[in-house]
Design a protein around this ligand. Structure first.
Ligand SMILES: [Zn+2]
Length: 224
């Protein structure tokens, strides 16, 4: 089973790191080295951390991408809940979309209360494909993104009965566009819980969910 987004290099992630095949995104220059311990890693600058990064760091990022075969650019994106300069977030996100286009890599996107702007920017780079991890947008945005060929990542949030909106979106989203993930949660059983919940919501066998989500990750990230 493939975990499409897990920060295995964070503290306390040992249990999950030992038994997971995962895409390990980076958050910025502080873990560009650490993520390379894992077979499938991504290089990027997280929107929460743009203020500690410079233009020079973007150049370093490109150098690393060129030399080290990441499976994706990320984690990048926009987060409008955090009090972080929007223009700076947009500059770093756009720069990383350009990198993805130039090196023909998918993007792992963080979008919180910013899905509209993320879609607006993605439309400027139609060759770039990727996933919106921990999807939290609307039903309409989910449909638009999948029509654009983007995958939606769902995590533990869908197991919360109170998250009615996101559960409905997961239920309606075609399985061909779903990825499962645990993000920064350290419990190794969580990924199974997410797959099981999608199986319940869609009324299909959990094995079918796992097989299709694995194939989605393999195809998006070009896993061997
Ligand atoms: Zn993340």
């Amino acid at each position: 089973m493939i975990n499409s987004h897990a920060h295995l290099d964070f503290d306390d992630m040992n249990a999950i790191a030992e038994n997971a095949v995962a895409i390990v995104p980076s958050i910025g220059k502080q873990n560009w080295i650490d993520v390379q311990m894992y077979p499938y890693f991504a290089f990027g600058i997280h929107p929460w951390l743009v203020e500690i990064h410079t233009q020079n760091d973007l150049e370093k990022l490109e150098y690393l991408v060129k030399c080290n075969n990441p499976v994706a650019i990320g984690e990048c994106g926009l987060d409008y809940v955090k009090d972080i300069d929007k223009d700076k977030q947009i500059h770093f996100f756009t720069s990383q979309l350009k990198l993805a286009e130039k090196y023909n890599l998918p993007v792992a996107i963080h979008a919180v209360k910013a899905t509209e702007d993320v879609i607006f920017l993605l439309k400027k780079y139609p060759k770039v494909k990727g996933e919106i991890h921990g999807f939290s947008g609307s039903e309409e945005q989910a449909q638009l993104l999948t029509r654009m060929g983007f995958y939606l990542g769902f995590g533990l949030q869908i197991t919360n009965q109170k998250s009615t909106k996101i559960r409905q979106i997961a239920k309606n989203c075609p399985l061909e566009f779903i990825l499962i993930e645990t993000d920064d949660h350290p419990n190794p059983d969580d990924l199974t819980l997410v797959a099981q919940e999608i199986s319940n919501l869609k009324q299909i066998p959990v094995e079918s969910v796992i097989t299709q989500c694995d194939n989605n990750a393999i195809s998006l990230f070009g896993l061997k």
